[in-house]
Structures are given as C-alpha cells and as structure tokens.
Design a protein around this ligand. Structure first.
Ligand code: FAD
Length: 456
C-alpha cells in the first residue's frame, strides 16, 4: 500500500496546507499518509519555555485532529526520517519548505540521507517564498517599501482547500513528547489551528476596522495577537489575506494589516539572502561602536530584564513579556531602544532575551526587529533616532492604562504622573524604583559614540 510521510514543522494545521495535499495525492486513493513530528534538539533545545509549551500544545491539538495518528520521533532528522521511511516502506516525504538558516541546511541533509526517496517541498510559511521577490536586476531588495510594492505585484496563491478525509496511517510506533515545562504562571494563548482561526475571526469581525487607528495603543486590544499562530503555522497568512480581499469596507486598516504581513515576508527574505544577519550587524560599522560591559552594566541589564528600570512604559513592556510571553509592537520598539541607546548594550543581547521569553519568538522577525531599532538593519530606523520612553509613554498610553495593567505599584497614580512618577506630589510610589539612568544624558552618550564611529 503506498505510504507518504508528511513531516510537520512550522505548519501545524490541516487546512490551507499545500504540502499535506501533495502527500495525500502521492499516497493515492489506496494509500496512507503518516503525519510525523521530530523533536530535534538543535531547534527545541534553545527555545525558551513558553515556545516549548506552545509547540507541545499545538502538537497535542494536531494529534487530536489526526485522530491520534501523529507520530513523534526524537533525534537528528537526517537519521530519524530515513529510519521511519524504511520502517514503513514510505514512497515520499513531504514538507513545507523552511527558509531559515538551520532549516535549509537540515533539509538538505535529510534530502541527501533519503537517497532515492523523493523529498518534496511544497509551499512555505510565507505569502511569497523568501528569495522570490527580487529587483529587476535580480538582486534582493534592501528597503521595505519597494519590496512591498514588488511583493504585492507578485501576488500569492488562493488558500488550498481543507482535505475532507485524510487516510491517516494508524498504529505506527511513536515516542512520548518531552514533558511540558512548568511556566510558573505565564499565561499563553490557547494553541492549535482552531484556536488560531477563532482568534483571527474575532479580530476580523470585531476589531479589524479599528486596526489603523488602534494598532499603536498598547492599552487597548488593537492588534490581532496572531503572531504565535503564524510562527507555528497554526494559520497561514494566505487564509487571512483571502478573508481581507473579500472585504471592501476595510480601507486603511486592511492596507496596514497587509503591510504588517509584508514586513514578516520582508524579514524572512532578508534572512534568506543573508543568513548571517541572525547574528551579524547588517551595517557592520555599528558593531565596532563602544558598548557597555562589566558589573554595573550587568546590573542595569538585569533591571531591564525584570522590568525594574524606573521608566514605566519600559517596565510595563518587560513585565508583559514575563507575564504572557508577548509584548505589544510599539512597546517592543521602546524597550529595545532603551536597551541599546540608554543602556548601551548590543542588540544581540536583547534579541536573545526576547527569544527566550516570547511565545512568538521568530528568528527573522525578532533579529531584524532588533536590527531595525538598533539602526543596523537593511532598512532601519536611523541610529540617531532614540525613543524617549517618557514621551512615547504619554503619546501611546495617554491615560496610563497599559502601565497600570502591568505595574501595580503605579495603579493609584493620577494619569498625568504615570509616565514620570518622580514628578508626582508624593514622589515615586513605594516599591517602584527611581529611574536607573538619566535618559537625556544616555541619549547624548549614544549619539557621541555614533559620531565617533562615523568619524573613523
Ligand atoms: P499585528 O499588528 O496584528 O500584525 C499581524 C501580524 O503581522 C503579526 O502577527 C506578525 O506576524 C506580522 N507583523 C506585524 N508587525 C511585524 C513586524 N514589525 N515585523 C515582522 N512581522 C510583523 N514578531 C514576531 O512574530 N516574532 C518576534 O520574535 C518578533 N520580535 C520583534 C522584536 C522587536 C524588537 C520588534 C520591534 C518587533 C518584533 N516582532 C516580532 C514584530 C511585532 O512586534 C510582532 O509581530 C507583533 O507585535 C505581534 O502582535 P500581533 O500579532 O498582534 O501583530
């Protein structure tokens, strides 16, 4: 009986899944499809606990959706998959292409190890597969706006139909998944495809039209909160854009939302062309700038990490990260700028902390989000743009709703003091720290260090 393997990675769903359809077709009307997930320590090991837990929850969901057929194996995929293929006499292995630096190498190794057995890549986690949108001369785009124009012109496929009845193979030996980490109170969103589609439907029907106006206000529920579902492929962005295309009342909000998905594709594209940009500065001169180190710098870093800098919007953001493994986009920019420009740490230090704690931690979006803030990315905020945590707080959280949600020490303050508690008549409330640095001074230090690099 023909058997095809579908190896799930960042595509943990059954709907809108071209690779799954390819596996069903390869198995044919009399064949079976084996759904496999491999715990590979090279990827699972460095994930922080929130991502591990979310992944395990997604796999539990997939197990249920496949009627208990999901096969778990553990080890190096280049050794594990040929063994499964041999055990089952499978005729092909199907995947959604992985564009990440490790994923590409791993897949090439698996393909070699499978020898004659076809390793079939169908689709990608993106609207347009990384590497496809290039300038007329064939070189990659460095700047987002022309990339997004070309990306829209390129277009994307319609969603793939959900298969009615997949002939899952049953009774295949499976390892136990690793134990779910104890998250010590961190609240994660419900995992899996149905939860992702439900989160999308709620956003689409109730909040989408307010997205353009509300996406920068962290104290409101103005964004879609779909990032973890997109990261693990519980939902494909094609599904979202097909819904948006069907709405003609969305205007600016639909355009903005599509733009955010274009940023996601853009960063994956940058990583595709420059796999080293996961660690290396895209503007190398900024690597040679002076950064702080030593015991005092470590203390300041710890204050940032734990949300005790004395700057309310920064602390609220870091505490949101510790509380729900997520941070609002505006606040990601503010806390990242604070680490790089006020505490003079390299962006890689902050990117590592984010990857440890965020449930949506994604190499392309995270590393390039950090490079954007640090001014070292391809299309980055200029280095001399230093976010002021006080004016940013006042502008984007004017009544202090967000700060008060995450920093209980400031809950009783009049909103006019929330972003500068040291100006309150009674001074900084008990239990909340005084500012750990003088923002105006550190801003100048950063600009001087930048000027020194430029003068070289
Ligand atoms: P929405 O505003 O509803 O946007 C919809 C989707 O578009 C998001 O789910 C996401 O997939 C995509 N998107 C939105 N903004 C961006 C962006 N700037 N870059 C790339 N994709 C975007 N996003 C991650 O998914 N993983 C990360 O690890 C990550 N790290 C970041 C680090 C920094 C320093 C910064 C500044 C941004 C980072 N982002 C990251 C991008 C962005 O903050 C999140 O995608 C967004 O906050 C997720 O919330 P949402 O789903 O409600 O977004």
């Amino acid at each position: 009986m023909p058997t095809a393997l579908i190896w799930f990675r960042r595509d943990l769903r059954l709907g809108d899944h071209p690779a799954l359809l390819a596996a069903i077709e390869a198995a044919g009307p009399d064949g079976t499809v084996v759904p496999v997930f491999v715990f590979d320590d090279r990827l699972y090991g460095p994930s922080g606990d929130p991502r591990r837990a979310f992944l395990l929850d997604c796999l539990a969901d997939l197990h249920e959706q496949t009627g208990g057929a999901l096969v778990i194996r553990t080890g190096d995929p280049a050794q594990v998959l040929p063994r499964v293929v041999e055990e089952l006499g499978a005729g092909s292995v199907h995947v959604t292409a992985d564009a990440g630096p490790y994923g590409r190498q791993r897949d090439a190794a698996v393909e070699r190890a499978l020898g004659e057995v076809p390793f079939v890549r169908t689709g990608s986690p993106y609207l347009v597969a990384p590497g496809r949108v290039v300038k007329r001369d064939g070189t990659p785009f460095q700047v987002f706006s022309p990339f997004s124009r070309a990306w829209r012109e390129h277009g994307w496929h319609a969603p793939a139909p959900r298969p009615d009845d997949v002939p899952w193979a049953t009774g295949v030996r499976s390892d136990d998944p690793p134990p779910r980490p104890d998250l010590d109170g961190v609240r994660l969103p419900p995992a899996g495809e149905a939860a992702g589609l439900e989160a999308w439907a709620r956003f689409r029907d109730e909040r989408l039209l307010g997205y353009a106006a509300g996406r920068n206000t962290p104290g409101t529920n103005g964004t879609s909160r779909l990032s973890a579902y997109l990261k693990y492929g519980c939902v494909h962005p094609r599904t979202l854009l097909a819904d948006l295309a069907a709405r003609d009342d969305g205007g600016e909000s639909v355009r903005r939302y599509t733009d955010e998905l274009a940023w996601r594709d853009f960063y994956a594209d940058v990583l595709w062309h420059r796999p080293d940009s996961a660690r290396a500065y895209l503007k190398p001169e900024l690597q040679s700038m002076a950064y702080d180190s030593g015991p005092h710098a470590d203390e300041l870093l710890e204050a940032w990490r734990t949300g005790r800098t004395g700057f309310p919007i920064v602390d609220a953001g870091m505490r949101q990260m510790l509380g729900e493994a997520y941070v609002h986009n505006r606040v990601r920019m503010i806390v990242a700028s604070f680490l790089v420009k006020d505490l003079h740490q390299e962006w890689t230090v902050g990117a590592k902390v984010f990857m440890e704690h965020l449930v949506d931690g994604d190499l392309a979006s995270n590393q390039h989000g950090w490079q954007w803030v640090a001014g070292s990315g391809t299309d980055a905020s200029p280095y001399y743009r230093v976010f002021n945590p006080i004016t940013q707080g006042k502008k984007f959280d004017p009544d202090g709703t967000y700060v008060k949600q995450w920093v209980p020490e400031l809950r009783d303050l009049d909103p006019k003091y929330v972003h500068e508690p040291w100006t309150a008549p009674g001074g900084v409330p008990a239990g909340y720290p005084e500012p750990i640095v003088d923002h105006a001074h550190e801003r100048q230090v950063s600009l001087d260090r930048y000027a020194a690099v430029r003068a070289r």
